[in-house]
Design a protein around this ligand. Structure first.
Ligand SMILES: *[C@@H]1O[C@H](CO)[C@@H](O)[C@H](O)[C@H]1NC(C)=O
Ligand SMILES: *[C@@H]1O[C@H](CO)[C@@H](O)[C@H](O)[C@H]1NC(C)=O
Ligand SMILES: *[C@@H]1O[C@H](CO)[C@@H](O)[C@H](O)[C@H]1NC(C)=O
Ligand SMILES: *[C@@H]1O[C@H](CO)[C@@H](O)[C@H](O)[C@H]1NC(C)=O
Ligand SMILES: *[C@@H]1O[C@H](CO)[C@@H](O)[C@H](O)[C@H]1NC(C)=O
Ligand SMILES: *[C@@H]1O[C@H](CO)[C@@H](O)[C@H](O)[C@H]1NC(C)=O
Ligand SMILES: *[C@@H]1O[C@H](CO)[C@@H](O)[C@H](O)[C@H]1NC(C)=O
Ligand SMILES: *[C@@H]1O[C@H](CO)[C@@H](O)[C@H](O)[C@H]1NC(C)=O
Ligand SMILES: *[C@@H]1O[C@H](CO)[C@@H](O)[C@H](O)[C@H]1NC(C)=O
Ligand SMILES: *[C@@H]1O[C@H](CO)[C@@H](O)[C@H](O)[C@H]1NC(C)=O
Ligand SMILES: *[C@@H]1O[C@H](CO)[C@@H](O)[C@H](O)[C@H]1NC(C)=O
Ligand SMILES: *[C@@H]1O[C@H](CO)[C@@H](O)[C@H](O)[C@H]1NC(C)=O
Length: 559
């Protein structure tokens, strides 16, 4: 739906609760937290409808330049209104997410007016059999699904000749910290939207770094969950072996609230049946300022790029990391400096990410098409998806080719082939006892800590959780390097990077606790802001006055 026509419905929605705006100061959309919302609702300073309207206007401010959003939910205002009525007229509050807007990555299925396409026209107009379990959980917790965020098409599972944040449907997502900033990916729009206040929090997915990488590159907090903590049911897959869904937000506490609303067992995703507790923890309760007291942290130094091979970017990220070690110690952490991964060489030479994705997508990806209630493209085989993509203009073939899919067609391996199963088992060993579990056990640690750039793998192979928090920004003399395949700058001054904590499987509470204590003590997100043209102009207290008149029809599709 065009944003302009959505904005036209504003007039027809009457305010449930006549909050007399503006209260000054209302929280800034750049900062607004879930705690601020809970407080603001309780004090009647604003409503969920006000929030949704403000965010829609915010999206319109940056959509033409940064394209972080693919679709705005035509029903968002009505949903917010119903939740306001429930809260104000029926005195019912579902919890901290009640009335809180969320943008979902475009691969998270929703059974509503929104499309779920993983960025591709091959899924445009398709109808999912039901809400994804994660979307249903968020709705039940009271969240308002505001829309779908842009992403690297197919979560970057198409070919290497690809660009972060680009999709056929959404165009090129860009980051807000540098000119034409490569937003990283594949949860690109989710990270950019969180970074500049287009939604209170967002949801992404991570198979091989797709939350950790964009969250750190856009100066926000992101959590790759333990595989199976959040259901992947009715989420466009790459491979169930490594796919995860997780929250992205501006603060650790916000994503802690979000996670409690997303996680849980789901019989339709068997990996969730491994969750070792019956009740999902209240993760926000682990957010305490003294959370690092007595924490046993280790640094797996041997995953860092070797000194001889470090780029300027490695050097800056490592020196920022060294500089905060005394802070972690001051906060009470006991740091083991060389808690190395025991089988680093075996990991680096024998782990095979692409094979797992290749065979996984060939089956799980096609199962996703087959379960659709309506499948306009009619695709049910990988060969048909290749043919569709090669022939549909907006998919930009051959600039972006289909090599990885072709490798999936060409392989003779199935999910039952011993060669495939052996490799998956080897990957799992390399990602656990060979590296993360090995380091945690050998040095008797609670968690690992390292620059985020070195934390995206091997976490994925055996499903370990990792959280990234802002650490620093590339300095003023950082060389600007263009991305190979996209109209973006891959590096440049002012682009953020993060620090990560890795924990044991299903030990999210611990890494949230450590990340929170670090975040509260440092507040690095504020050390450098996005470029001024992307900072909020629309605010909660201005939205009623000027938003409808100034919103361009920014969400028109390119084809
Ligand atoms: C609203 O609910 C709370 C707790 O459920 C209760 O303490 C309060 O009295 C209720 N308020 C009204 C106006 O009913
Ligand atoms: C979803 O796709 C259909 C085309 O099948 C389009 O008409 C509709 O506007 C899209 N929904 C939104 C919210 O953009
Ligand atoms: C489902 O998960 C449980 C718990 O992890 C496991 O024991 C069982 O083998 C799994 N079943 C299937 C069919 O994968
Ligand atoms: C540096 O990179 C080169 C090329 O990838 C590699 O052959 C070499 O072993 C690396 N050096 C170290 C010290 O890791
Ligand atoms: C930026 O970092 C690089 C790598 O550490 C360093 O060589 C350079 O001097 C730094 N520039 C500034 C302005 O600090
Ligand atoms: C850190 O842990 C080690 C190993 O348990 C212990 O020997 C050391 O005293 C601890 N350091 C501090 C500062 O507590
Ligand atoms: C893993 O590392 C341990 C400790 O260094 C070593 O004993 C073992 O042989 C290694 N195993 C493999 C498969 O590399
Ligand atoms: C390939 O795609 C074209 C254009 O979308 C379509 O006309 C043709 O039927 C497709 N061929 C096969 C074998 O699916
Ligand atoms: C993919 O990228 C490589 C390296 O730049 C290039 O040689 C190749 O031609 C590209 N393939 C296509 C189909 O554009
Ligand atoms: C798959 O099997 C066919 C027929 O046996 C063979 O020609 C082809 O080389 C095999 N492909 C691969 C990638 O092994
Ligand atoms: C990993 O190590 C633990 C403890 O040493 C052991 O019990 C377990 O069997 C190992 N797992 C694998 C997959 O080797
Ligand atoms: C990259 O950054 C430079 C400024 O350093 C800017 O001139 C250029 O337009 C940006 N975009 C691309 C795609 O190069």
């Amino acid at each position: 739906m065009l944003l302009s026509s959505l904005l036209a419905v504003w007039g027809s929605v009457s305010a449930v609760h006549a909050a007399t705006l503006p209260y000054t100061p209302l929280p800034d959309l750049f900062d607004l937290t879930i705690d601020d919302i809970v407080t603001g609702f309780a004090a009647n300073h604003f409503t969920s409808v006000d929030l949704v309207k403000a965010y829609i206007a915010r999206i319109a401010e940056v959509q033409e330049t940064l394209r972080p959003v693919i679709e705005v939910n035509p029903e968002a205002i009505e949903i917010a209104q119903a939740l306001d009525i429930e809260r104000l007229n029926m005195n019912k509050t579902r919890g901290p997410l009640h009335g809180v807007p969320v943008l979902l990555k475009d691969n998270i299925g929703t059974a509503d007016l929104l499309n779920t396409t993983a960025g591709s026209y091959a899924l445009y107009g398709s109808i999912v059999p039901r809400d994804s379990t994660v979307a249903a959980n968020l709705r039940a917790a009271g969240a308002v699904i505001l829309g779908k965020a842009g992403m690297t098409e197919w979560a970057f599972w198409r070919s290497a000749n690809y660009t972060n944040g680009w999709s056929g449907r959404g165009g090129q997502v860009k980051g807000a910290y540098y000119y034409d900033q490569d937003p990283s990916g594949s949860s690109s729009g989710s990270a950019v939207a969180a970074s500049i206040g287009l939604s209170t929090f967002t949801v992404g997915s991570d198979t091989g770094g797709s939350i950790i990488s964009p969250a750190s590159t856009n100066g926000v907090v992101g959590l790759r969950t333990s595989t199976g903590l959040v259901s992947r049911s009715v989420v466009v897959p790459i491979t169930p072996v490594m796919d995860t869904v997780g929250p992205i937000g501006r603060t650790v506490k916000d994503i802690a609230y979000a996670l409690s609303g997303m996680a849980g067992k789901d019989p339709t995703d068997n990996a969730t049946m491994a969750i070792p507790f019956d009740t999902i923890p209240d993760y926000a309760s682990f957010c305490t300022e003294d959370g690092l007291q007595g924490a046993r942290l280790g640094i797996p130094r041997n995953i860092f790029t070797a000194a001889a091979n470090r780029t300027e970017l490695d050097v800056q990220q490592i020196s920022a990391f060294e500089a905060v070690l005394p802070i972690l110690q001051r906060l009470g952490a006991n740091i083991t400096d060389r808690a190395n991964y025991p089988n680093i060489t075996a990991y680096q030479t024998q782990a095979n990410f692409n094979l797992a994705c290749n065979v996984g997508f060939k089956y799980a990806g096609m199962d996703y098409f087959k379960q659709l209630r309506f499948n306009p493209s009619g695709i049910t085989t990988l060969q048909q998806l290749i043919n569709y993509t090669m022939n549909f203009k907006a998919e930009l073939y051959p600039v972006h080719n289909v090599d990885w899919w072709q490798a999936g067609v060409d392989t003779n391996l199935t999910l039952e082939s011993p060669e495939y199963l052996d490799q998956i088992a080897l990957n799992a060993w390399l990602g656990s006892n060979g590296t993360i579990q090995g380091a945690l056990d050998n040095y008797d640690l609670d968690a690992l800590v390292l620059p985020s750039v070195y934390s995206v793998r091997p976490t994925v192979y055996a499903g370990y959780p990792v959280i990234t928090v802002p650490l620093g920004f590339f300095n003023a003399t950082t060389k600007v390097i263009k991305s190979t395949y996209g109209p973006t700058n891959a590096t440049g001054p002012g682009i953020p990077f993060g620090i990560s904590f890795i924990g044991r499987r299903f030990d999210e509470a611990k890494i949230i606790q450590y990340a929170y204590a670090f975040e509260q003590a440092t507040q690095f997100r504020y050390a450098h802001l996005p470029m001024p043209q992307y900072m909020p102009t629309t605010q909660l207290n201005t939205v009623r006055a000027n938003a409808p008149a100034t919103c361009p029809a920014a969400l028109g599709l390119p084809y």
